[in-house]
Structures are given as structure tokens and as C-alpha cells.
Design a protein around this ligand. Structure first.
Ligand SMILES: [Zn+2]
Ligand SMILES: [Zn+2]
Length: 244
């Protein structure tokens, strides 16, 4: 009887509030999914590309790109669910300013399968905001996503393992060295024991140049993290890098 009631309640709720496309709001069959139009527009990046940085490979590369082969990046593996475009940006903005848990859940749904299955003690750590920004906004959008990933992957989250101790200027338009300088020393580990010996999965909403994540990885590794990987919702990819 309870089951019947529960089914009825679920049906009634779905009737009143049907699942909506996370991109445009059209009614869809499934929660946390996209309508066919939005689905077509989104560029899912998948697990292909360079096994380290995730960027598409050139014809001469085998499974790792020339840049990663030349200098091994601090981040062992970088993956993003989708390419950054009008639609994926819209989701990131709604999450950032609207504290929409449903959006974080949608993002996590497409990010979770891209997290590397490595052995050992793993923790999810969101890229932190500076406290003044956190006070103003009231929450960290990457922490919302990390929490949803934690539910899906059954991996613990440490929301405050990493702290941003210095405000950083927008990195857009800066050269590589300028960006490195801008984020140098911006992060700090609250207590090294929380990351020592662990494989850290850094969580970010949007990946642009990678300089911020790189600075986070440097701080985490100095504190004894054995491995750092990065998972983000959207990644800025040059059109020429997309394999269509
Ligand atoms: Zn849609
Ligand atoms: Zn690479």
C-alpha cells in the first residue's frame, strides 16, 4: 500500500513539476538531462584525447600530446564534461549566481564518468574562492558540484582542505608567465595531514587556461598529495581542437 501511495505521489509530483531540460527549460523525460536540441548543441568532450591533459591529439601523437611528453604536467589527468560555449556557460552562470543544486547535480552526472579509477585514498577538493568572495556570494559553486560528485562516486569531499589566501585578478588576456605570477602563492593547505598520501580530485566549474588549477596542484603536492587530477564542467577549447 505504501508503495502504491509512493508511486502515486511521485506521479503527481512529476505531473505538477515535470523534469525540465537543464539547458533551455523544455520538458524532458528524465531529470538532470537535456532536450534533443540542447543535446545537439553541447560538445561532450568524453575520455578521448591526450591521456594526460585531455586535449585532442595530433596525427603524430600516440596517446599523449607532444606538450605533455616534453614536460609532464603537475596534474596527472585533466578532463571536462563539455566544451565551453553559450549553453554550457549558461549553466555555469546559473550555478554561480543562483545556488541551484539541480544544476550542480546535472553537471556531476556528466562529470562523474570522467573521473579516473585509480587505487588508493581519494578525496574530492573544490577549487576554493577567496573568503571575501565567499562571504558575498554565500557559497562556492565548485563545492556544490564536488558534493554531488561525492554522492555519485562515493568518494569523500574535503571542502576546506585548500584555501585561497589571496585574491587573484581575472586571468583573461594575460600571457602564461603573467598568469603564473598572478596565482603564485594564492593557495594554502589548511592542514597537510588532510591531503598527505592522498590522490586529490580537484573540482572546478570552468577550465580556461589551467593556471589556477596548476597553482592548486602545486600547493597540494607540496603538502604531500601523491596525485592530483582535475575534473571540470566546461573547458575552453579552440574550435580547431574539436574533433567533429
Ligand atoms: Zn533544451
Ligand atoms: Zn597533453
Amino acid at each position: 500500500m505504501v508503495d502504491v501511495l509512493r508511486t502515486c505521489a511521485h506521479w503527481a509530483l512529476n505531473f505538477a513539476r515535470p523534469p525540465r531540460c537543464s539547458g533551455c527549460g523544455a520538458i524532458v523525460d528524465d531529470d538532470h538531462s537535456f532536450c534533443p536540441d540542447c543535446w545537439k548543441q553541447l560538445e561532450f568532450l568524453g575520455v578521448g584525447g591526450c591521456r594526460t591533459c585531455g586535449l585532442p591529439l595530433q596525427a603524430t601523437d600516440i596517446d599523449e600530446c607532444a606538450a605533455c611528453l616534453a614536460v609532464a604536467p603537475r596534474i596527472a589527468r585533466t578532463r571536462a564534461a563539455v566544451a565551453y560555449d553559450h549553453l554550457s556557460r549558461g549553466l555555469a552562470i546559473r550555478l554561480k549566481y543562483g545556488r541551484k543544486v539541480a544544476i550542480a547535480r546535472t553537471m556531476a552526472r556528466y562529470m562523474a564518468p570522467l573521473v579516473d579509477a585509480v587505487e588508493g585514498d581519494r578525496i574530492l577538493v573544490p577549487v576554493p574562492l577567496h573568503r571575501t568572495r565567499l562571504w558575498r556570494r554565500g557559497f562556492n559553486q565548485s563545492a556544490l558540484v564536488a558534493r554531488e560528485l561525492s554522492h555519485r562516486l562515493q568518494i569523500k569531499t574535503d571542502l576546506f582542505a585548500l584555501r585561497r589566501i589571496r585574491r587573484t585578478p581575472p586571468l583573461k588576456g594575460m600571457g602564461l608567465l603573467q598568469r603564473r605570477r598572478a596565482v603564485a602563492g594564492a593557495f594554502k593547505i589548511a592542514d597537510p595531514a588532510r591531503v598527505k598520501g592522498k590522490a586529490v580530485i580537484l573540482v572546478d566549474d570552468v577550465l580556461t587556461t589551467g593556471s589556477t588549477a596548476e597553482a592548486c596542484a602545486r600547493t597540494l603536492k607540496r603538502a604531500g598529495a601523491v596525485r592530483v587530477e582535475l575534473i571540470s564542467w566546461a573547458r575552453v577549447v579552440k574550435p580547431s581542437q574539436l574533433m567533429r
